[in-house]
Design a protein around this ligand. Structure first.
Ligand code: PLP
Length: 405
């Protein structure tokens, strides 16, 4: 048999959060090493379990939900999503505008596939949640990265966005709250982004999957609430705010300037039909979650576990010489900078390998988030305080040795 090669479509596709360094960690675990994992936002794996009512809902519904549903999803959970958009002041959404998916990830792929012709450009933040860069490439589009400014709390650089718009630019991706930086965008900035989209007829893809994971009393504004004359596709789901990553329950809402987007919406309907439907127990859990007690509030409150862990991780990281970090206002991550004068790293994947091999701590290198320089990395602050203290102690020791090289 001739060698079987992967498709050329995958040539520019990468997803380093589950890339080669994770593979190495798996091998090490098989050899019996215990690894502290700061690499992935998988809450339940750290004892941050979903609300009990959602677990019970899944258990109760499994026996009755073995059939397919409507491709866009069951009516009642889609209606619950409509109510959610009303709470967030997004106007004019009907059940027809809501698509349920196996996590937001599936819907993000559908939204790009339905839109892009070969060579169409999509503006994506750097650093990004790398799924966006990957699916734009896989859909035949060209990811164009705009910079977020670490000096300004990682807010998008609007001038850079404007400078990168070309006649082929179709859409602008806005990830707010942000993974990997933990940034939360103020309304004034969101309005500027809307204005850019309005002037250049861009679709705004708004990823708001961390919109309840907010610290320090912060509030979140949905960008789609700020205009009726721009087309928005907003992604959200249960994975993070309801700690239910494995239940694969997400949604996508089309809002704003829908009347000129009927052909695109037809494309979305087609792709939704081709994958038949999202898993049915997960769909029903959406209804229960959105109608129920919002328990993430307890975790992100000043005395809550997530907030305390954020504060601890921030303190331990920024005590290390040559390490600086913007304190996250939201989400589950920090994206610290390693001063290149102190740590002259050439290849940050190699850096992550060495940290793993020497100290058994797993991080993700910054270039895995399409950050252009090898001078950042991402950590989650999900492990409990003892494990975080141990992990950052090991990182500090590794960096001390690195400085002596
Ligand atoms: N969007 C962002 C910004 C994320 O960080 C993640 C997961 O980490 C996702 C989407 C994927 O969400 P889901 O589990 O709903 O597919």
């Amino acid at each position: 048999m001739k060698p079987v090669s992967k498709s050329a479509k995958l040539a520019n596709v990468c997803y380093d959060i589950r890339g080669p360094v994770l593979e190495k960690a798996r091998q090490m675990e098989e050899e019996g090493h215990k690894i502290i994992k700061l690499n992935i936002g998988n809450l339940a794996a750290f004892g941050l379990e979903p609300p009990e009512e959602i677990v019970q809902d899944m258990i109760r519904n499994v026996p009755h939900t073995a059939g397919y549903t409507d491709s866009k999803g069951l009516f009642a959970p889609r209606k619950a999503v409509v109510h959610y958009t009303q709470e967030k002041n997004i106007r004019g959404v009907t059940v027809d505008d809501v698509f349920l998916g196996n996590g937001a990830s599936e819907l993000i792929g559908m939204a790009m596939n339905a839109l892009l012709n070969n060579g169409d450009e999509v503006l994506i933040p750097a650093p990004d949640y790398p799924l966006y860069t990957a699916v734009v490439s896989l859909s035949g589009g060209t990811p164009v990265h705009y910079m977020c400014d670490e000096q300004s709390d990682w807010l998008p650089d609007v001038a850079d966005i404007k400078a990168k718009i070309t006649p082929r630019t179709k859409a602008l991706v806005v990830i707010n709250p942000n993974n990997p930086t933990g940034a939360l965008y103020p309304e004034a900035l969101l309005k500027e982004l809307v204005e850019v989209a309005r002037q250049h007829q861009l679709i705004i893809f708004a990823d708001e999957i961390y919109d309840k994971t907010l610290y320090d009393g912060n509030t979140h504004t949905s960008i789609a609430s700020l205009a009726d004359d721009v087309l928005f596709v907003t992604f959200n789901g249960l994975s993070k705010n309801y700690r239910s990553c494995g239940y694969r329950a997400g949604w996508m809402v089309v809002s704003g300037e829908k009347k000129h987007a009927q052909d695109y919406i037809e494309g979305l309907n087609m792709l939704a039909s081709m994958r038949l439907c999202a898993n049915t127990p997960g769909q029903l859990a959406i209804q229960t979650a959105l109608g129920g007690y919002q328990s993430i509030k307890d975790l992100v409150a000043p005395t809550g576990r997530l907030c305390r862990q954020r504060d601890l991780a921030y303190q331990l990281l920024t005590e290390i010489p040559g390490v600086s970090c913007v304190k996250p206002k939201a989400a589950l991550y920090m994206f610290p900078r390693l001063d290149p004068k102190v740590y002259p790293i050439q290849d940050d994947q190699q850096f992550a390998y060495e940290l793993l091999a020497e100290e058994k701590v797993l991080i993700v290198q910054g270039t895995g988030f399409n950050w252009p320089q090898p001078d950042h990395f991402r950590v989650v602050f999900l492990p409990n305080s003892d494990d975080l203290t141990e992990a950052f102690g090991r990182i500090a020791r590794f960096l001390e040795n690195y400085r002596k090289r």
